[in-house]
Design a protein around this ligand. Structure first.
Ligand code: TTP
Ligand code: MG
Length: 342
């Protein structure tokens, strides 16, 4: 029997901001866009205090402001969150080398080989993350990834939830189908149309019926998922599909020459990375983020796989020329995709 942990940070972006500025602790706090609720943009996340007003991720900032005018609004500082995220992933790797990085604030950890009750490991992880970063997380423990992910969400914030094969019926079956990984709004609506709202109700549907309605592979997935069956392994290593570099300027710039020089420098670094790793690529994408956080990309696919700085720079400059640089620029980035072993 495998022992899988799913670790998910609580109100991640908001918690990082609260730790940076303790005056924000205990206050309704909304992170999103440029941090100005009178401007366009959506909520990235909200502190639990702000969630009480009905504010949630993906909601327009303006709506959030109407729901709670006295909330504090802050811009997204992705670089800082990525830095903290990396620190957390490194802590997790110390507990077990078998880690799957699933997102900026979550990961799976396989602790099957560790001779200690998983609950104890989870408590140690929570304490270590708190000690090193000042942040709280929720952890789910289960025999597979599917159940561990559901479990980590069951007692947020600062939760620790164990799901075993024996309590799938009592704890998983009452949940709405949407809680299953891979069930989005469309499948949810389709299932509702079949009179199926809970995972338990889904579990009594015949396999053939699900295959007929959702196709061979997704139908079978739903059938197994509703029973808590998931044998998928942790993906601990990704072959890179792309490589990228980007830089945020100390202060926003508007001079085209400076932008071009920076892009050329980033191109050299990317080409160097690719040569070292032994890859060639063919889709070059340039990203520009303006001072108001509006972000645009332009891409070009070159005919022949390349990894020389010259070839990549030529494509990157073609992309750069297609931008309308009417506002000051905050960030420039380059990505080379479609990588293949050279
Ligand atoms: P989540 O883990 O979904 O949310 P959370 O950590 O803020 O809150 P919870 O305690 O419920 O886990 O996402 C992690 C981070 O990803 C979140 O802090 C901000 C970002 N995010 C977005 O930018 N947009 C989104 O729509 C979502 C869902 C998250
Ligand atoms: Mg989270």
């Amino acid at each position: 029997m495998r022992r899988i942990l799913h670790i998910d940070m609580d109100a991640f972006f908001a918690a990082v901001e609260q730790r940076r500025n303790p005056e924000l602790i205990g206050k309704p706090l909304v992170i999103g866009g440029s941090g100005d609720p009178t401007k366009r943009g959506v909520v990235s996340t909200a502190s639990y205090e702000a969630r009480k007003f009905g504010i949630h991720s993906a909601m327009p900032l303006r709506t959030a402001h109407k729901l709670c005018p006295h909330a504090v609004f802050l811009p997204v500082d992705y670089e800082e969150y990525a830095r903290v995220s990396e620190k957390i992933k490194n802590i997790l790797r110390e507990f077990s080398p078998v880690m799957e990085d699933v997102g900026i604030d979550e990961a799976f950890l396989d602790v099957s080989q560790i001779d200690k009750p998983p609950e104890e490991i989870a408590k140690e992880i929570k304490a270590k993350i708190m000690q090193e970063t000042g942040l709280a997380c929720s952890i789910g423990i289960a025999p597979n990834k599917l159940l561990a992910k559901i479990a980590s969400d069951m007692q947020k914030p600062d939760g620790l939830t164990i799901i075993t094969e024996d309590n799938i019926e009592s704890r998983i079956w009452p949940l709405p189908v949407r809680k299953l990984w891979g069930v989005g709004p469309k499948t949810e609506a389709a299932l509702r149309g079949m009179g199926i709202e809970t995972i338990g109700r889904l579990a009594v549907v015949l396999l053939d019926t699900l295959i007929e309605r959702f196709g061979q592979s997704y139908g079978r997935y739903l059938y197994e998922a509703s029973r808590g069956v998931d044998e998928s392994p942790l993906v601990t290593h990704w072959e890179p599909k792309s490589t990228s570099r980007e830089i945020t300027f100390q202060s926003d710039i508007s001079n085209w020459q400076d932008i071009a020089r920076t892009l050329a420098e980033l191109t050299r670094e990317v080409a160097c990375d690719m040569k070292q790793a032994g890859y060639k690529g063919k889709t070059i994408t340039v990203k520009i983020r303006f001072s108001d956080f509006e972000t645009h990309t332009r891409a070009k696919t070159i005919v022949k796989l390349a990894n020389s700085a010259d070839e990549i720079r030529a494509a990157a400059f073609d992309c750069l020329r297609r931008f309308e640089l009417k506002k000051k620029v905050r960030l420039v980035g380059i990505r080379v995709g479609g990588l293949e072993k050279a």
